[in-house]
Design a protein around this ligand. Structure first.
Ligand SMILES: *[C@@H]1O[C@H](CO)[C@@H](O)[C@H](O)[C@H]1NC(C)=O
Ligand SMILES: *[C@@H]1O[C@H](CO)[C@@H](O)[C@H](O)[C@H]1NC(C)=O
Ligand SMILES: *[C@@H]1O[C@H](CO)[C@@H](O)[C@H](O)[C@H]1NC(C)=O
Ligand SMILES: *[C@@H]1O[C@H](CO)[C@@H](O)[C@H](O)[C@H]1NC(C)=O
Ligand SMILES: *[C@@H]1O[C@H](CO)[C@@H](O)[C@H](O)[C@H]1NC(C)=O
Ligand SMILES: *[C@@H]1O[C@H](CO)[C@@H](O)[C@H](O)[C@H]1NC(C)=O
Ligand SMILES: *[C@@H]1O[C@H](CO)[C@@H](O)[C@H](O)[C@H]1NC(C)=O
Ligand SMILES: *[C@@H]1O[C@H](CO)[C@@H](O)[C@H](O)[C@H]1NC(C)=O
Ligand SMILES: *[C@@H]1O[C@H](CO)[C@@H](O)[C@H](O)[C@H]1NC(C)=O
Ligand SMILES: *[C@@H]1O[C@H](CO)[C@@H](O)[C@H](O)[C@H]1NC(C)=O
Ligand SMILES: *[C@@H]1O[C@H](CO)[C@@H](O)[C@H](O)[C@H]1NC(C)=O
Ligand SMILES: *[C@@H]1O[C@H](CO)[C@@H](O)[C@H](O)[C@H]1NC(C)=O
Length: 828
């Protein structure tokens, strides 16, 4: 650019000033154009006075002696750099009509190329006598051409219309000169192309006008093409010779199209007998890139053209272009690309042993021209799959192999057994003697309890014995229950398949549980005789709206009448069991009995069942703010989720004291669970519910596995494990204990202090397993005080016995809450 500030060169300054002025005026024109852009094209186009213009059409039906370039006059007036925006304008023109333009004699490609969107063109009663052969080369959308009544038009070449897909070509009233030049038109008319057969086309022999269809021309025929092969199969490096003959009179031009061919070619042409034009093409040293190339030969003369193709197939030995290390996608994939022609057959070896494909390892590939691209897919690979993988590709020209090391999982401790998860605590029950012992003990316990019950009734409630013992559960108020309970051999439990044990149910999600044998003796069987499940009448339940849906059925918000002695009606959450089988019904009843037996202020309340008619219903306390995870996300720094479609009452971000309050309530619920010898197995914020006044309770409606499916790791089709919340021993040995629940509580704390982030969110399930089993723990959340993180670390001790006890955790939390103002200061 010119240096405007240079003081020595006055002249230069002036010129640059001039330029500035010019640019300004151009800008004015441009702005003007922009302003008018949408109003009307005519004002822009400088629409000729004899025409009317719209944004899609130019229509000129008055006498005019200008040439077509007059249409472009405005273009000249504008600046060169504007052509882009101008082109945009022209793009929308779909129709041009020119009548009586006596100045229009020749139509060239430059006249038409501005209108790529043109579909209909009429030029009539003009002085048009010549259309350039390539005139419509840019008007690929042209479908309708009307050149009727152009007296000067004597001849027309088929090249003009060669690449168009015309639906109509109107030439009425045009008198051509008879001859070979318009023989093509006669052929089109005979074939009925472009609506020509219905028109009366005529030609002049000099003195008389005859119908075009009656014209006799000798030595004027369409070319005929013949090629020496229809297909050619060669090996890379060979030499190939193909001949193409085009025969006709007048003798045609013949051409091999070699655009895009990689091999080097030479062509030789020969003419036989004045009517055969022969071209020999030689491909020396054929390249593999030319596999599947179509060699096309065209012959054309004044009458028309013809073509023929040769399919070239080049064979070459296989090569492995790509073999990547395993990568986690939907399934784990070793990605590969193999080239070869013919397509090589592929074989896979793991440590020199051929892999037979099965449901755990299979190959999935797409076949392209000469590429095979795909994956060797692994479903839930384990450390057994670690090792070198060799891909061998073979066709008749050769064989190649390539090896990649696949690392899937770290080898777990030697006694880790993937196939049959077991639990140490359960083992005694597997031995028949143990079972009979347990049953015997249970019967004994029953008898003892019945005796005790009688004694208690007889001697009143003064006895201290009952308050301390596990019998406290059964002596609770029977109409206030909690949704946490045992199920014997949960038949519909997804996890029962792989554990075959009792499960604990919170809401209705069944989680297999390893029973403490002690509990069997004193709690489970002992409580049974006294369990009374409250029945609620169907007419007392009025469904209001759906809260969610799980695999079992739906959860609704409902109104329930006559539930509480103090209130006429109250809001409840009801869970429906759809299409219950007989087994499911029994199970439902059993569950309800067990649910009734647990109650605590931080366990979601179970009110009872409704079994008169379908569906079966369980009635729970309604917790207004839904699950804790959603609640946390809604109160995070970047909260976008609204609770029940509305912003929450609690304003804005949760503070430290609120977080501690939430955590200590969950700890409270857990202390109760531990006292009942329950192992929860799926403690997580998604399985806690939030009510008014930041009241938090353990309990959910069994929808987590549907709604939060990414929090679970699917094992063997049915089992879904919350591995991100699980300690190493649960992951490795499926061992679940009160201590493993404590680990999960540490993860809950982490969730609370990250406002509901998914633990290890940046890692895939496989990687999470690897991290946890290798002893890594979650990092300290940004807003988490050191004292709280120390609690988390106390929960995440590798040795279960070294973990904090839930009672102590709650004490620490309560202590921290007391001193919270101080902490808030520290946090700033
Ligand atoms: C041109 O067309 C317009 C409307 O399309 C019509 O009003 C006018 O009479 C026509 N003029 C001639 C000369 O045909
Ligand atoms: C063509 O139009 C111009 C005016 O634009 C006029 O001077 C000239 O005579 C016209 N020629 C014919 C042949 O009509
Ligand atoms: C016009 O375009 C050319 C390049 O296409 C550019 O160098 C020149 O600066 C442009 N002029 C204006 C006035 O935009
Ligand atoms: C061109 O057509 C497109 C689509 O029909 C439209 O969006 C655009 O505004 C038109 N441009 C002009 C200048 O009419
Ligand atoms: C073609 O143009 C002529 C002359 O304007 C007209 O008479 C004829 O109807 C047009 N043909 C079609 C199909 O529009
Ligand atoms: C063209 O030849 C045919 C017979 O081959 C004949 O009937 C016809 O009259 C000839 N047409 C003319 C215009 O000579
Ligand atoms: C081409 O024409 C020559 C001469 O007539 C003939 O010998 C040859 O076989 C023809 N080749 C093909 C491919 O038609
Ligand atoms: C190749 O051409 C031969 C005849 O020349 C024919 O029999 C064969 O089917 C063709 N093969 C393919 C793949 O087109
Ligand atoms: C050469 O052309 C004449 C007629 O034009 C024909 O009789 C003869 O068979 C042709 N010869 C060859 C080799 O095609
Ligand atoms: C040959 O013709 C086929 C269709 O007939 C076309 O797909 C291919 O692109 C052509 N090849 C060349 C090199 O023009
Ligand atoms: C895998 O192959 C590499 C060399 O190809 C070798 O060094 C390594 O020991 C092999 N690993 C196993 C597990 O066989
Ligand atoms: C892989 O290829 C090498 C030569 O490139 C050969 O020595 C080796 O035996 C092949 N391995 C297999 C498994 O075929």
């Amino acid at each position: 650019m010119k240096d405007v500030s240079d003081p020595d060169t006055e002249v230069r300054r002036t010129s640059s000033f001039d330029q500035t002025v010019r640019i300004c005026s151009r800008w004015k024109v441009f702005l003007l154009l922009v302003c008018l852009f949408h109003s009307s094209l005519s004002s822009l186009l400088d629409c000729p006075p004899t025409c009317t213009c719209s944004s899609t059409e130019i229509y000129c039906n008055k006498s005019d002696n200008s040439s077509i370039s007059q249409l472009l006059s405005f273009h000249m007036a504008g600046a060169e750099n504007m052509s882009e925006s101008i082109l945009d304008l022209f793009q929308n023109i779909t129709s041009i009509y020119l009548e009586n333009w006596i100045g229009l004699k020749v139509l060239k490609d430059v006249d038409m190329e501005l209108y790529p969107g043109l579909q209909r063109l009429t030029i009539t009663q003009s002085s048009l006598h010549t259309l350039h052969p390539r005139v419509f080369s840019k008007n690929l959308n042209l479908r309708f051409i009307n050149l009727s009544m152009n007296p000067m038009l004597k001849t027309l070449s088929w090249h003009v219309f060669e690449h168009l897909q015309l639906t109509a070509l109107h030439l009425e009233g045009v008198v051509f000169s008879c001859g070979c030049e318009i023989r093509w038109l006669q052929l089109w008319q005979q074939r009925g192309e472009a609506g020509l057969s219905s028109q009366q086309l005529t030609c002049s022999t000099g003195h008389t006008h005859i119908l075009l269809l009656d014209m006799n021309v000798t030595n004027c025929d369409l070319p005929v093409v013949s090629v020496s092969h229809s297909n050619l199969t060669v090996v890379e490096g060979d030499e190939v010779t193909v001949i193409c003959n085009g025969s006709a009179l007048p003798i045609p031009e013949v051409d091999w199209a070699v655009n895009g061919l990689h091999s080097i070619t030479t062509q030789q042409d020969k003419v036989y007998n004045n009517s055969i034009h022969s071209i020999t093409i030689i491909l020396a040293n054929v390249k593999r890139e030319d596999n599947n190339f179509w060699l096309n030969c065209t012959a054309n003369n004044i009458v028309g053209s013809a073509n023929a193709s040769v399919h070239l197939i080049v064979h070459f030995p296989p090569s492995i272009e790509k073999l990547k290390e395993p990568e986690r996608r939907h399934d784990t994939c070793i990605e590969f690309t193999v080239r070869g022609s013919p397509h090589p057959s592929l074989r896979w070896f793991h440590e020199d042993k051929e892999i037979s494909h099965n449901e755990y390892i299979r190959q999935d590939m797409d076949i392209y021209n000469d590429d095979l691209e795909g994956c060797l897919l692994f479903k839930n690979p384990t450390h057994y799959n670690n090792g070198n993988y060799t891909l061998k590709a073979t066709n008749y020209l050769g064989e190649v192999n390539r090896t990649v090391y696949g690392h899937f999982l770290e080898m777990p401790p030697p006694d880790y057994d993937y196939g049959t998860p077991t639990a140490e605590t359960h083992k005694p029950l597997e031995d028949p003697f143990g079972v009979s012992m347990a049953v015997g003990l249970a019967v004994f316990a029953c008898v003892i309890l019945v005796v005790l019950f009688v004694l208690i009734n007889k001697y009143g409630r003064r006895s201290k014995f009952i308050i301390k013992g596990p019998g406290a559960v059964m002596s609770g108020e029977e109409n206030s229950a909690s949704p946490l309970h045992h199920v014997n051999h949960g038949i519909i439990s997804p996890c029962a398949l792989d554990v075959g044990l009792d499960s604990v149910v919170i809401g209705m999600s069944r989680i297999p549980i390893i029973e403490n044998p002690q509990y069997f003796r004193h709690g489970h069987n002992g409580t049974k005789p006294t369990t009374y499940v409250q029945h609620i009448k169907r007419r007392d339940i009025i469904l209001k709206r759906e809260l969610g849906e799980g695999a079992f059925g739906k959860v609704f918000l409902a109104e329930c009448y006559n539930l509480s002695p103090t209130k006429d009606k109250m809001l409840v959450a009801v869970k429906t069991l759809k299409d219950p089988t007989l087994a499911a019904r029994k199970d439902f009843q059993h569950e309800a009995e067990l649910l009734t037996n647990l109650q605590h202020e931080h366990i979601v309340k179970f009110y009872g069942v409704c079994v008169d008619g379908d569906p079966l219903i369980m009635v729970f306390e309604y917790m207004k703010h839904g699950d804790l995870n959603k609640f946390l996300r809604a109160h995070g720094p970047d909260a976008t989720i609204l609770v029940d479609g509305q912003p929450l009452q609690t304003n804005g971000e949760l503070g430290l004291s609120q977080m501690l309050h939430i955590a200590s309530q969950i700890a409270g619920g857990m202390i109760y669970l531990a006292s009942q010898h329950f192992v929860h197995r799926d403690l997580a914020t998604r399985n806690c519910l939030v009510g008014n006044g930041l009241l938090v309770k353990i309990g959910d409606f069994g929808m987590s596995r549907d709604i939060y499916s990414t929090d679970y790791y699917r094992v063997g089709g049915h089992t879904m494990l919350p591995i991100r919340w699980m300690p190493p021993e649960s992951i490795m040995y499926r061992k679940f204990t009160t201590e493993s629940d404590v680990w999960s509580f540490g993860v809950i704390l982490w969730e609370i202090f990250t406002y509901g982030k998914q633990p290890w969110f940046q890692l895939a399930n496989n990687e999470v397993i690897e991290c946890i089993t290798q002893g890594r723990v979650l990092e300290r959340p940004r807003v988490c005080p050191k004292e709280v993180y120390d609690i988390m670390l106390g929960c995440w001790q590798r040795e279960p016995q070294q973990r904090l006890i839930i009672k102590d955790i709650q004490k620490k939390l309560l202590a921290l809450m007391k001193s919270t103002p101080v902490y808030l200061d520290i946090l700033g």
